[in-house]
Structures are given as C-alpha cells and as structure tokens.
Write a protein that binds this ligand. Structure first.
Ligand SMILES: Nc1ncnc2c1ncn2[C@@H]1O[C@H](COP(=O)(O)OP(=O)(O)OP(=O)(O)O)[C@@H](O)[C@H]1O
Ligand SMILES: [Mg+2]
Length: 853
C-alpha cells in the first residue's frame, strides 16, 4: 500500500445506512453485498488516488484520505453513481453516505489525529443514505475543479455535536445522484440569511454592550452615525449573536441599492422568501407573515428611504408582537418606540487594531513594531472612521506607515482644524476616498468609476462584459479588479452563488460622481442594461440555477428598470422575467413592471404580444381576471394581425384558463375548444396536449368523468412523449383525484405518488400543498383520519408560511371535500391536531409512505 500523505489532507468517510438491522435480518445477503461494496470502494479509491486508512475502520465504515480535494469529490461522485446502478442481493440493497472535510492532521503510526477527522465524522452523522456532504473547507478547495455536471448546493450552517464552531455544509449534486433528502440530522439548522463576513471583525465592546442593552428594552433600534463609521458591521455582528435566540431566525434586507421607496415591503418579502399574495398589498402580506413569528429583521442603510421605512416599521411593530427591528441609517427614522444609538467613530485602540489587521492582510508578514505612534497618528488624522482607516491601511502594500502619514498630513492640512462634527468627519472620509482614488493607476480608475454602475454587487463576468471596453480591455478587468480589492475600494464576498464583489455605498456614490464627470454614465447604463437583458434572456425557469442567478441580481435588475432604458430593452427584459416573477411569487412587481414597459411606444408587435401575455399571466395569478382577460385579448388581436396562429392558440388556451379560474365554465369551454381545434389544425402538439389537460380539468367540473379521463390521459401521454414535466406532474395529480372520486384508491395513490415524486425537487409551496391535499383526501376516503389530518395540516402550514391562499376552483374543491373530515376530527380533538405540523420535506416523505410516523 502507498504511504499515507502527511499534512493537510481531505478526509473521505463513508458508512452504510441502517447496516446493523440489515446484518441481523439478512446476514448472508449482507455478507455478499458488503463484499461488492468493498470491491467497488477499492476500485474508486484507486482510480482517484485515494489512500485507505486501515486504522480508521469501524464496522462498515471506510476512511480514506486524498492529497487533493478535487480527487476526493470525484471519487465520491463516482462511487455513488456506481452504487446506484448495482443490483444488490435481496434484502441488502445498501445505501452509503459520504462526508468530506479538509484540514491539517497529525499522522502517527498509520493514524490521523486532529479536529479535521473528528469534524468529518460529525458531518457524516448528519447525512442520509445516498448523500454526499462536503464541508466548507473542502468546498473552497474544490472551487472550479468540480467534475463535469456536478455542483455543490449550500445547505447552510449547522451546529454539530460537541463542536463549537458551526459548519457550513454543502451537498454534492449531479443529475445522476439522488438529491431529495430530508433535513440534515444536525443539532439545528440556523434560520438566517446573514452574509459571510468579508474580513475580520474588530471588537467594539462598548457599542456591542449598548446595543444589547437597548435591544433588551425596545423592539426597534436604529444605529445612526456618519458614513463609514461601522453601523452595518455592528448590526451584522449583533445579528449573528441573535440567530439562536429567535425561533424564526434573523434576516437582513440590504436597502442601500434600492431607489424606489414603493418597493421596501416587496424587498422585505423577497428577502424572507415569501411570495406576494394575490390581491393584497405586499405590506399586508408581510404583516400577515410576521404576525405569528419570532424574528429579527435588519434593515440596513435606510437613510434615503427614511419615510417609507418608518411608515412600514411602525405598522409591522404594531401587528407583530414577536418582531424586533434593527435599522442602520445616517439619521434616526422617527418611529414610535424607536431607540436610537449613535455609533461614534472607533476608539483609538480599536482603530489601531483595525489598521494593523488590514495592513497585515495587505502585506502578510508585515510588522508594525516600533511604529505604534505613527499608526496611532494616522488613525487620529482619519478621525477613527473605520472605512477611512481601511483605505489607508490598504496602502501598506506599497508604502511604509510613516509615508502614509506624511501623505495624509499633506493632504489633510486644511481639514484638521475646527470641531470634529459629523460634517467634518464626512469631509475626512471624502478626503480619504479621494486620496485613495488618486493613488490608483489610470486603468484602475477607469474600472472603479465604471463599477459604480452596479447595484447590489456583481460577478467578475459582469464586470468584464459591462466595463471592459475602449481603453480598458476586457482581459485586463480581472487584474484591475484585484487592485481595487487590494485597495479596499471593492469588497469580495463568498456566497452560495459563488464569488461576488461589491462597493460600500459611500464608495459607490463617489464612483458615480467620477462616472458622471467622465461623461460615461449613459454609456455604462446602456451596457449594464444590455448585460442583464442577456442574462435574463439566456435561459428560462426550466434550466437549473436560472432562478438563483436572478435572485442575487435583483438589485441590478431593478436598477435597469429604474434607469428607464430604451423602450425595447425594458419591454424585452420585463417579458423575459415573467417566468422568474411567477416562480418566486413576485406577481405584483412583475405586473407593475410589465404595465410600465407596455405604456411606452414599441415598433415590434410580436414583442408587445409576448409582454401582454406575461401581463395577463401576472394579473391572473393575482386573481384580477378582468385585467387578465383584457391583456390576453389584446395580445390575441396582435397575433391575428401578424398571422401568428401558434400565438393566437396560446392566447385562446390562456383565455380558457382565465375563464375557468373565474368560474365561467361555459366561456372556458368555448375558448378551449377553439384553442384545441386551432392547435390540431396547425399541428402544434405541445399546445394540443396543454388544451387537452385544461379541457380535462374543466370536464371534471362541467362535463363527465369519462370525458375527463380521456382528455387527461391523452395529455399525460403526450406530456411524457414531449418530455414536458410540468404537464406530466399536473395531469397525474388531476388523474389521481379522478380515481379517488371513482373510489379506486390504489390507482389514486399511484398517480399522486408519481406526481409528487416528480414535483418534489422543483415545485413551489402552492403545488406541493395541493398534492398533500390530494393525499389527505385519499386518507379520508380510506378512513385514516389521523393521517388525513396530519397531511392537511402540513398543507395548511405550507400555504400559511408562504402566505398563499388556494385560488383555483380545483384547489377550492379539494379543500371543500376535506372540510367535513377536518371538522369531525377537530371535534374529536385528535392528538394530531395538537402537534406541530410537518415541514415540507417531512410531509412529502410521510405522504409517500417513506416514513411511517
Ligand atoms: N468593528 C469593525 N471591525 C472590522 N471592520 C469594520 C468594523 N466596523 C467597520 N468596519 C469596516 O469599515 C467599513 C465601513 O463600515 P460599515 O459599512 O459598517 O459603515 P456604515 O456606518 O454602515 O457606513 P454607511 O453609512 O456608508 O452605510 C467596512 O468595510 C467595514 O467592514
Ligand atoms: Mg452601512
């Protein structure tokens, strides 16, 4: 056997799920299966340069180490793929779980000692059979070297048994791996959306203690103070300490990049992951959502939206007793009950600590010994403003501390007189930014001002495409960006969506001034709009990751709309985001954007028709059927004048859907018949299948079961042939209900199960809740009262969490049929009624019979 590698290695730990029980029940089969398992692991380890650690072996567990993290991940992937394809002996269809962690360990006598191995074992303990979990350390090393088609899904931070530091855990994903697992078996899963800190935090014990004290007695605290003094950082640091104390966690909404005060409530909904509720204002949905929760909401950088934030905050606090708000703003917001705390600049010792920390980061190995007085003088000159201190410290990569002081003194000669008021500090900060900016080379300066066009951060690729033109080549953007990061003018964040960059607001505002002065702002706005239009149009909701990519770009997308780009760009962007807005439940914002874009002049009728259909869809989702019909009819008129029959057919079926939802079954029938005839006429098979589905649902209400069955089965067959998964899922669900009405329970279960399995991964709360209702109705029919109640309660919880109400005749009908059962059960006061309802994934597993209690 090869020698085991010393130093920093990646640990690869596996075990077999539920092996004890299997050994007891099927010892022979397990013996054979384990021999197959051992052989397969041996092969995979050899292929990927892994080394088995014999002494780590315990039961069916295997410990191996890799010199390269990428090899370990590739090995885990191959192993799970091959295991999934094996035929196991009866009673021994084994599933293994794998955990990977990287770290230093001491190798003695063929055994590794240290935290890293231990942590790996703790991560493994949270995993499920078939799953591969990767620690943050390993995920960072793997970076871009993931095997083809593989990805890492961020499962968030988890507390592990006996370990203080929570671990951020990732799940290895690949189209051939299973990916739907119940929640990790960790001590807890944090509920928060706090960003990972971009740099180390310098303790400010006085301010942190004051904040804590203020939060003990008021439900709203605003941290005020001049730009760059550390309000945001203090709020986030405080928030991190609160996560565990609030059942529903801590959530941050970054408002710095938001321009439109009308969108404050919408932004908060989006940050909390709550869809907009059809027919009610976002602020009402938000209030309803928060009413029953225990959570902390951080409203960061509010000063430019002070009135809107104050008004909303007042309403939320009045309605939601378990809510606590922490705002940061240069001025107080004047909300009743608001406590304010003025964040002063850093104390000298803190500023010195910050300078030293950032100086060492800029120039590793640097010692400032003997220069304490110089550093202290620099910090005094900068008024202890953290942002100014960071900018100066970044210069230590090319200047000594005395040189920095000298330059600052020259520069600030005029600034250091007079009282140290907020306005004076603001001038200090501006001068510090100015100084930092002037020391940049010309290409960095060009990039700096151009980057100010981005709102809410950007990816490298966006910077290259938007800012790399003219005298700044696309290929040099990376180098210049590195320079700006080194100078602390741009911050780097590791996020679940990859590396992102952003400027602090004050710095960005300065950059925007430079952009205007250079006469480039219009050109940049155009390039920015063009880039995000390409991002939005490149793919649709069916491609993996599209929604997540748009989620992180929300502020940029809004900036495009609010910058009023060319009419055509605006309309195309709005039209292409329809699927995004729908999937995220952002129908109010979508509708407003589409409406605004459609009000402008457009030469292209086909584009206009697409946008109108989008508008019809958004209005439909909000239950505004009249507006929806108007938009759809206008779109249909345009298609007709263009001779676009496929477009006309889509409008007809959409009109059918609108009428059905509005309860006008006669109209719905007319539209759907016309749509079907047209689709058959032009041979558009996807449209035929869609019309059959809609007509099938309609037939359940206003037709006959035989007709419904024929249509639904036809649409299911076509959907399968065409690989149209959403249609298949929907048709199976409705067919399940049809079987149920005909008392064919086994068939109903088969349909529901197939539908739910297919929908499990991608479906939103509305769809999953409807499916759980189906299972509940089945349980009622089978006389399993308690099961029915649990499923129905889980469906209600999903709807309640997402603040959605059932809005189709179909959903209402299912609920109606469940009602007598619920009333009966509640009257009997069954135990299930007192239990906390199952969460989404648990409920799915329960519905599918994967778990029995
Ligand atoms: N206690 C701290 N430890 C480490 N870095 C800090 C600390 N406080 C502030 N900083 C750094 O200083 C810079 C400015 O801080 P921050 O963004 O929190 O200021 P702010 O008061 O929110 O400014 P603005 O009014 O512009 O929003 C940031 O880069 C931040 O990381
Ligand atoms: Mg701030």
């Amino acid at each position: 056997m090869d020698a085991l590698p010393p130093g920093t290695v990646t640990f690869f730990l596996t075990d077999v799920e539920g092996s004890t029980r299997r050994w007891e029940e099927h010892p022979d089969a397990m013996g054979a299966a384990m021999a197959m398992h051992d052989q397969l692991i041996g092969e995979c380890l050899r292929t990927h340069r892994g080394h088995v650690v014999e002494s780590g072996r315990e039961g069916d567990s295997v410990l191996a180490v890799f010199s390269r993290a990428g090899d370990a991940v590739a090995c885990a992937l191959e192993l799970q793929r091959r295991l999934a394809g094996m035929t196991w002996p009866e009673g021994a269809d084994i599933r293994i779980r794998i955990a990977l962690n990287t770290g230093a360990a001491e190798l003695r006598g063929g055994h590794y000692y240290g935290q890293a191995v231990y942590r790996c074992a703790r991560i493994l303990a949270t995993a499920h059979g078939g799953q591969v979990l990767v620690s943050q350390a390993t995920s960072e090393l793997v970076g871009d070297t993931l095997p083809q088609g593989a990805g890492l899904a961020d499962l968030g931070f988890h507390h592990l048994k006996d370990l203080d530091r929570p671990e951020r855990i990732f799940q290895l994903e690949h189209p051939e791996l299973e990916s739907n697992f119940p929640a990790l078996r960790s001590q807890d899963a944090y509920r928060h959306n706090l960003p990972a800190a971009p740099s180390s935090f310098i303790d400010r014990p006085r301010e942190l203690a004051q904040i804590k004290e203020a939060l003990a007695s008021s439900r709203m605290l605003t941290l005020t103070g001049p730009a760059g003094c550390g309000k945001t950082r203090l709020a986030l640091q405080t928030a991190a300490g609160l996560v565990e104390r609030h059942a529903d966690g801590v959530w941050v909404a970054e408002l710095g990049a938001l321009q439109n005060p009308a969108l404050v409530a919408t932004t908060l909904l989006h940050r909390l992951g709550v869809p907009e509720e059809p027919g009610s204002a976002p602020s009402e949905t938000l209030t309803a959502y928060l009413r029953t929760r225990q959570l902390v909401l951080i409203l960061d950088d509010c000063e430019h939206l002070a009135d809107a934030v104050a008004e909303l905050a007042g309403r939320l606090l009045a309605a939601a007793a378990g809510l606590q708000l922490v705002a940061t703003s240069r001025q107080a917001l004047h909300v009743t009950g608001e406590a304010t705390l003025r964040v002063p600049p850093m104390a000298l010792a803190e500023a010195v600590a910050l300078f030293s920390d950032r100086a060492r980061a800029a120039r590793p190995g640097l010692t400032l010994a003997g220069q304490e007085e110089v550093v202290a003088e620099i910090c005094r000159r900068l008024d202890g403003i953290p942002l100014a201190v960071e900018l100066a410290a970044a210069r230590t990569n090319v200047m000594s501390a005395p040189e920095i002081l000298q330059r600052l003194e020259d520069r600030f000669a005029l600034l250091t007189t007079g009282p140290r008021t907020a306005a004076a500090r603001h001038r200090t900060l501006q001068a510090a930014i100015d100084w930092s900016h002037e020391l940049l080379g010309e290409p960095s300066r060009i990039l700096f001002r151009r980057l100010a066009v981005f709102a809410g951060g950007f990816r490298l690729e966006a910077a290259e495409k938007v800012c790399g033109f003219g005298s700044l080549r696309e290929s040099s953007v990376l180098d210049e960006l590195g320079e700006l990061v080194d100078q602390s003018l741009v911050q780097v964040y590791d996020t679940a969506a990859g590396t992102r960059y952003a400027m602090l607001d004050t710095v960005r505002a300065y950059g925007q001034g430079q952009l205007v002065a250079a006469g480039e702002s219009e050109e940049l706005a155009g390039r920015h709009a063009g880039y995000f239009l390409r991002v939005a149009e490149a793919e649709g909701p069916e491609s993996a990751g599209w929604l997540q990519r748009l989620d992180v770009e929300e502020a940029n997308l809004r900036a495009v709309f609010e910058g009023r780009p060319e009419a055509e760009v605006e309309l195309r962007l709005a039209a292409s985001l329809r699927g995004y807005w729908d999937a995220r439940g952002h129908s109010a914002e979508g509708r407003a954007r589409l409406t605004a874009a459609l009000e402008r002049e457009h030469p292209d009728p086909a584009l206009r028709a697409t946008a109108l259909r989008g508008l019809a869809f958004m209005a439909w989702a909000q239950g505004d059927y009249a507006a929806s019909t108007r938009a759809c009819e206008e779109a249909m008129g345009l298609y007709r004048s263009l001779g676009d029959r496929a477009g006309e057919g889509m409008c007809l079926q959409q009109l059918g859907q609108i009428s059905f939802q509005a309860g006008d079954f006669g109209r719905a029938r007319e539209h759907l018949d016309a749509a079907l005839a047209l689709a058959e006429d032009i041979g558009d098979q996807r449209l035929v299948a869609l019309c059959q589905f809609r007509s099938g649902v309609l037939a359940l209400f206003a037709g006959g079961r035989a007709q419904a069955r024929r249509l639904l089965e036809a649409s299911l067959d076509s959907g399968r042939r065409q690989g149209n998964e959403p249609l298949v899922v929907a048709a199976l669900l409705v067919l399940g209900h049809l079987e149920l009405r005909q008392r064919r329970h086994a068939r109903a279960r088969a349909r529901f199960s197939e539908s739910l399995r297919a929908a499990r991964r991608h479906s939103g709360p509305r769809q999953v809740a409807t499916m759980l209702d189906g299972f509940a109705a089945l349980a009622v029919a089978e006389g399993q009262a308690e099961r029915a109640l649990r499923l129905a309660a889980a469906a209600d919880r999903l709807r309640e969490e997402a603040a959605i109400s059932p809005n189709s005749p179909f959903q209402r009908d299912v609920l109606e049929r469940l009602r007598p059962a619920r009333e009966l059960l509640n009257a009997q006061g069954l135990r299930a009624a007192d239990e906390a309802p199952l969460a989404r994934d648990e409920a799915i597993a329960y519905a599918l019979g994967e778990v029995t209690d």
